[in-house]
Design a protein around this ligand. Structure first.
Ligand code: XUL
Ligand code: CO
Length: 442
């Protein structure tokens, strides 16, 4: 059996992170994340289902458009690419288990480097799948979701499923088949489609309606393939409005839901909502969660934050307790995630060059979500918040309001009721009261 912590022990100086309580001043301890603690009827860890993002944490060396990488990962040094992929997986299992977590998420070409041909890439994927299966057997570490990288290789410069050249669409199909196979072989609980370069750089050369038809066809064939081969999990679409393309077709939750319904894909797909994608779309994180939950499609989230002065996807680790409390209020009151969890799609800054920085980043993010969960639980179970919200709509709980909800009142009847009733009384939305209430519990 392959050990969870390999012979090399990449994070030797770091002991397993554990819960020490709110009074602890140990920066590498959890002050709020107490995995087995019961919150509204189930263990905290089952509410949150934290996952590590393979790409940021184990692949991203800090390179940006202005400079090369700043990190030389010890697991990326072997001469042989298969050895490098095994070393990377050893580092991943070590970090995940030292953080006390149970899940990771991956793109196909995070697990291995893409080969010089499809056949070579498949061989590499097969190799790492067998290695991962062995490592998983000796641990409680699982796959929250897998996906395919359909955006890095130059062949995808004009998109993958929406590429104007059929050859590229077929190639993307082959890659998704392999990524679904890998996800299935690793018992992955979900499969994600983020629309990498599915969008346009210019409408002058783009037939948008044809590209959208192609995207829907591609997704339906991918979903069908997974089901035929025993995939029981959920397919997620991850909305994002822009970057890398000028306009991404999966712009935001509302756009994606409309698209899924138009093409009859809404039974098989739910949404993976990412904080920084929500803010790039001009929404709050909570807004996107509410839109998804309203359609029973709140599948999973990618946790991070943007920089509110910057207009791009900075993918920073979360640090805003108010934003997360609002989010947890929605998540908890809508019954949690449908199949998914919280994937840290976040990266340390380019100048955070110590291996321990990766731990500080995750410990902070995990603890903040745990704290927000506890605050949201208190607000929902022991404050006036649920009542205030309920009261606001109480005029629909009986009488004419209830008749209206049931479709029993025509426009003429509304006219008649209004004519007899005079000017409606003004009722405050009490926004400041509610904002203060959140801060009181925070
Ligand atoms: C990019 C992004 C992706 C997806 C997976 O902005 O969020 O990492 O989460 O492809
Ligand atoms: Co993401």
């Amino acid at each position: 059996m392959t050990a969870i912590i390999g012979d090399k022990e990449y994070f030797k100086e770091i002991s397993p992170v554990s819960y020490e309580g709110p009074e602890s001043d140990n920066p590498l301890a959890y002050r709020f994340y107490d995995p087995e603690k019961t919150v509204m009827g189930k263990p905290m860890k089952d509410h949150l289902r934290f996952a590590i993002a393979y790409w940021h944490t184990f692949c991203n060396d800090g390179g940006d458009p202005f400079g090369v990488g700043t990190r030389t990962f010890p697991w990326s040094q072997a001469a042989d690419p298969l050895q490098r992929s095994r070393d990377k997986m050893d580092a991943a299992f070590e970090l995940i288990s030292k953080l006390g977590l149970e899940y990771f998420c991956f793109h196909d070409y995070d697990l291995v480097e893409e080969g010089s041909s499809l056949a070579e890439s498949e061989k590499r994927l097969q190799h790492i799948t067998e290695y991962a299966q062995q490592k998983m057997k000796g641990s409680n570490i699982k796959v929250l979701w897998g996906t395919a990288n359909l955006f890095s290789n130059p062949r995808y410069m004009n998109g993958a499923a929406t590429n104007p050249d059929f050859e590229v669409v077929a190639y993307a199909g082959a890659q998704v088949k392999n990524a679904i196979d890998t996800t299935l072989a690793l018992g992955g609980e979900n499969y994600v489609f983020w629309g990498g370069r599915e969008g346009y750089l210019s409408l002058l050369n783009t037939d948008m309606s044809r590209e959208l038809d192609h995207l829907a066809m591609f997704l339906s064939k991918a979903a069908e393939y997974g089901r035929k081969n025993g995939f029981k999990g959920t397919y997620f679409i991850e909305p994002k409005p822009m970057e890398p393309t000028k306009h991404q077709y999966d712009y935001d939750a509302a756009t994606v839901i409309g698209f899924l319904k138009k093409y009859g894909l809404d039974k098989d797909f739910k949404l993976n909502i990412e904080v920084n994608h929500a803010t790039l779309a001009g929404h709050t994180f909570q807004h996107e969660l509410e839109v998804a939950a309203a359609e029973n499609m709140l599948g999973s989230i990618d946790a991070n934050r943007g920089d509110y002065q910057n207009g791009w996807d900075t993918d920073q680790f979360p640090h805003d307790i108010f934003e997360l409390t609002e989010a947890m209020l929605t998540i908890l009151s809508k019954g949690g995630f449908q199949g998914g969890g919280i994937n840290f799609d976040a990266k340390t800054r380019r100048n955070s060059t110590d291996l321990v920085d990766i731990f500080h980043a995750h410990v902070g993010g995990i603890d903040l979500f745990a704290k927000a969960l506890l605050i949201a639980e208190k607000i929902l179970t022991s404050s006036e918040y649920p009542d205030i919200r309920k009261q606001r709509y109480s005029s629909f709980d009986g009488g004419n309001g209830s008749d209206f909800e049931q479709g029993k009142l025509s426009l003429e009847e509304l006219h008649k009721l209004a004519s007899g009733a005079g000017e409606p009384a003004l009722r405050s939305g009490r926004q400041e009261y509610l904002e203060n209430l959140l801060n009181r519990f925070i």
